[in-house]
Design a protein. Structure first.
Length: 268
């Protein structure tokens, strides 16, 4: 396929992936001006440039056969499935954790061993859930969302380590720092929401809706006094993240996607 049709198809593929030209630059180490000129059909790219673009867009090109094919080996990475499964388990476990925390803070009798087990389960499943979302942020590039996820992953490790120390020793109590922890999680939930808001031309406006829920719940949790009310949008936000993972897994594995049409035309 020659210019300008090649540039047009590359542009269509990029938009189908929900990528801006700047985000594509990060994936293939070309400059924005080069991609602009290729997509506009102003220049005919060299073979290694075409290969770099195809690989960044999830397309495998066999130069010797002048052929291209969609990479099917990585279309549904293990970490996306692990993240989805863990997210569903976390979604259920978190309610047990919240109820036990409320009872603990109220001075009611709580089985410490069970509380520790729930804490460890929430920590592990939430961590895997976040890793799945991080992997998705590489497939559909979004640096802001990715950085927020990494920050949340670090905060999760920090605070749950402190929780387990507090439950297993008498050095300090959960109530000594509980509100600081809630405020901290609120901050990072808000940042995750902002990251989703920066997605453009991806899954209609659904990511913006999910992102807005994250921002609202983050603000309420960060204020501490609105943390109780914040559980409502937070629940919807986390459910939205699970649905986002489902959408991502389906999107990259869809045989009838724009990728398939693009491949067929290049092979013709």
């Amino acid at each position: 396929m020659k210019q300008p049709e090649l540039g047009k198809r590359i542009s269509e593929m990029r938009k189908a992936k929900g990528l801006t030209q700047e985000e594509l630059v990060e994936l293939c180490n070309l400059n924005v001006r080069t991609i602009q000129r290729i997509e506009a059909g102003e220049v005919t790219p060299r073979s290694y440039t075409v290969k770099a673009l195809f690989e960044a867009l999830g397309i495998e090109w066999n130069q010797s056969e002048n052929d291209v094919s969609i990479k099917r080996g990585n279309e549904k990475p293990f970490w996306l499935y692990a993240g989805l499964t863990s997210g569903l388990i976390y979604f259920m476990l978190s309610y047990f954790e919240i109820s036990m925390e409320v009872e603990w803070l109220a001075g009611m009798e709580v089985n410490t061993a069970s509380f520790i087990s729930i804490k460890m389960g929430v920590f592990l499943t939430f961590s895997l859930f976040l890793i799945g979302l991080i992997k998705l942020s590489y497939i559909f590039p979004n640096r802001t969302f990715r950085l927020a996820l990494y920050a949340m992953l670090a905060a999760n490790a920090l605070w749950y380590s402190i929780d387990l120390i507090a439950l297993g020793t008498s050095r300090f109590a959960i109530e000594d720092y509980y509100y600081v922890k809630v405020s901290s999680f609120g901050l990072f939930y808000g940042l995750m929401g902002l990251g989703l808001l920066t997605y453009k031309n991806l899954w209609s406006n659904i990511t913006q809706v999910i992102g807005a829920l994250g921002v609202v719940s983050g603000i309420l949790m960060f204020s501490v006094i609105g943390a109780g009310i914040g559980l409502v949008p937070l629940t919807m936000f986390e459910l939205g993240l699970i649905i986002f993972l489902v959408w991502g897994i389906n999107k990259i594995g869809r045989r009838s996607s724009p990728d398939s049409t693009f491949t067929a035309e290049l092979q013709s």
